[in-house]
Design a protein around this ligand. Sequence first.
Ligand SMILES: Nc1ncnc2c1ncn2[C@@H]1O[C@H](COP(=O)(O)OP(=O)(O)OP(=O)(O)O)[C@@H](O)[C@H]1O
Ligand SMILES: [Mg+2]
Length: 400
Amino acid sequence: MSVNEFVIPGLMPLLQRQAESGTVAKLVNALDASPLRETRTDAVAVADKKAIGTVRFEALGKVYQSSAGKVSALEDISLDIQAGSIFGIIGRSGAGKSSLLRTINRLETPSSGRVWVDGVDVAALDENGLVALRRRIGMIFQHFNLLSAKTVYENVALPLRVARVPNAEIHQRVTRLLELVGLADKHATYPGRLSGGQKQRVGVARALATNPEILLCDEATSALDPEATQSILALLRDINRQLAITIILITHEMSVIHEIADRVVVLEKGRIAEEGEVWKVFGNPQHDATRALLLLLEHDLPQDLRATLVHEPPQDKAFERILAFSYTGAGGLEPDFIRIGEALDTRVRLIHGGLDRIQGHAHGRLLLAVDGRAQLPKLDNLTTGQGAIAHDIQEIGYVV
Ligand SMILES: Nc1ncnc2c1ncn2[C@@H]1O[C@H](COP(=O)(O)OP(=O)(O)OP(=O)(O)O)[C@@H](O)[C@H]1O
Ligand SMILES: [Mg+2]
C-alpha cells in the first residue's frame, strides 16, 4: 500500500487549500486505513497500554540547509520519554523545540542520531510503517488548523474518512470524541463560530480520532486566554489519565509546565540544558537558560521595596532586616511560621513573595522582615539538618 492510496479523490487539494499550514494535510495524508482500535478505558487495558507510547532520542542532530547556509537546530539530544507521562519541552525561541517534536512522527528527518518510538527506529520505517506510526501519534497546534468550510463533526471525522472507516463507526467515534471534549452540542457548527478554546477542543478531538498512543502539542494553548488555557490543560490531563496517552508538549508558558507536566527538558541553542522532574528543575534550576525562562515566575522585589532598600544598616534609626527565604521543594520542607519565629527568636513579618505547589512540592521565595535590632542566629545553620526552616536564606538589605 502506498501513502497515496488512502487519499480520497479530491480531498487533498481541498485540504491543501484550506489547512492553515501544510502539516495537517501531511498528517492526514499519511493516516492508515487499517481498522481503528477501540478506546480501552478499563484498568487492565490502561495498564497494558502504559507499556506503549515511549519515545527515545539518541544522539539526535538536525541541520537545516537554508539559503543563508547551514543552520544547526539540534545537537546531541539523548532523552527518554516514559509511556503515559506528560513531558514538557521548553526553551527560548529558536532553541529547537519544534524541530525536536517533529522528528517523533518524522515530519522532520534527523541529520544524525536516532528516534525510537516504542523501540522502533523511526528512520528505518518504510512508507507503510510510517503511515502506521503517524496513526499512533496525534498532533495539535497553536493555530488549530481546522478546515473552515467543514463543520465541527466533519473536522473530527476527517482522519476517519481518509482512513475509510465505515460511516456508522465514524458516527459512533465522533459522537464519543465530541462528548469527551465537551462539544457534543456544536457538532453542526463551523469553526468560524467557535471561541479559541472550543477550536482547540475540536483540534484535540481530531487528534484523538485515530486512537493515538502519543499526543504532540506545539504551543497548543499559546493562542488562548487564561480561562481557555486552563480548560484545555484540564482536558489534556484527563486524556492523559483516562486514556494513558503520552503527551509531549512545547510551551512558552512556564505555568503550563508547572501545572501538568511530569518531566521537562530545557533546550538551549539546540542542546539539552537540563532535564528532570518539573519540581526539581523549577525548584533548583541549574542552567542560566532555565533561570531566564523562570524569571517571570519568580516573586522578585516589589518596586517600592527596591526603592527604599539599603545595603548598610542605617545608623541611629530603627530599621528592619529583609531576608529572602527560598524553598526548592526538596525533602518536604515548607514554610512553617511558628518554627521560623522560634528559630529567629523575634517577630517576623511576611512582606512579599509566594509559594507554588508543583507535583505536591512547595516551591517559592518569601521575603520576611525582622526587627533590625534582633540578634539573629547564623543563617546558614537554619538551612540544613532537622532544624532547617528554608532551603536557602539570604539577607538582601535593610529598610527604615
Ligand atoms: N525549515 C527550516 N529551514 C531552515 N532553518 C530552520 C527551519 N526550521 C527551523 N529552522 C531553524 O532551526 C532553529 C530551531 O527552530 P525551531 O523552529 O525548532 O525552534 P523553536 O524552539 O520551536 O522556536 P519557537 O519557540 O520560535 O517556535 C532556528 O534557528 C530556526 O531558524
Ligand atoms: Mg516552535
